[in-house]
Write a protein that binds this ligand. Sequence first.
Ligand code: WQD
Length: 342
Amino acid sequence: MQKKVVVTGGTGYIGSHTLIDLIDNGFHVISIDNYMNSEPDVLDRVAAVTGVRVENHIVDLVDAAATRKVFETNPDIDGIIHFAALKSVGESVEKPWEYFHNNMNSLLNVLKCAADFNISNFIFSSSCSVYGNADELPVTENTPMQEAESPYARTKQIGEYIITDFAKAHPDFKAILLRYFNPAGAHESAKIGESPTYNASNLVPVITETAIGKREKVTVFGSDYDTRDGSCIRDYIHVMDLANAHTKALEYLMNNKNEDSCEVFNVAIGAGVSVLEAVEAFERSTNQKLNYTIGDRREGDVIAIYANLDKAAARLGWQPKRNIDDIMRTAWEWEKVRSGKV
Ligand code: WQD
């Protein structure tokens, strides 16, 4: 019997790639997404890769009645993966009310449906931003949360606490909090990838948009940090490896392998890559010269963060299969498709 999974934010960048991995692993998936940060044609792209047309319910999850209706009309759901959230670090600083209103109310409405419809397996899209500027590297799941650097990061911290307490109060409910590091890259087919509906600010799309000619240059935000080459260090994770972490986490819960009602896992490659090294990786793996300059530091940037992956490997049986060169190569292949260059 196919397991049925509701994926909120299923037409977003990580959500849509996760639909592909779930389908490849035999799940029946249903999406809830109001296209706030995505285009409807993503589902055509998912169908082109998997042969499956995923049903999407265009619902604002802040609307409790509309959210409930989706679960009323789709009985026998075995699990929920909750991606849907506003996720721009910079925008959250300017619009904290919108971020808390949207991200917290949508989470609460989905949790209420989980309780009312006896859905016991729940995966939450959390973030390495909960660690802030960690004192020790690499971070493990036991590294304490630091002061959030942005309202976005704080919505992830609060979300983790809400789910932890909810799981304690509902004996049959079990949750996994996946702390993503820097998702990037695209599906190997180049039929789907990151399609920012807004002006991208993340490094990898800025690199590919510069290389394709949509931008004049990449500005490296600071080269005077206390790191091996002076630029900030991050742990870039290929979006398809990240997608598979969700499938593995769901299977872990569905097979009752969890030890606690709410468990945390870092999802990353487990290696730090600096901005300058990322630029070199792009040039090396695509054979494209990149126009970049060194600029001022960006407010709120964490100097360095990367993860220890032992727990996910040991407990979930999950390992990343792709590296920074795969990220840059697949991101570039997708950029050429997205820009109509192929
Ligand atoms: C990466 C590095 C920049 C653009 C993201 C998400 C956040 C969270 C963690 C999921 C930084 C540098 C960037 C540019 C640059 N993910 N940079 N020039 O800030 O680590 O956060 O991942 O929850 O939601 O936003 O990602 O790609 O913006 O920056 O030098 O034009 O690249 O300074 O060191 P960040 P990013």
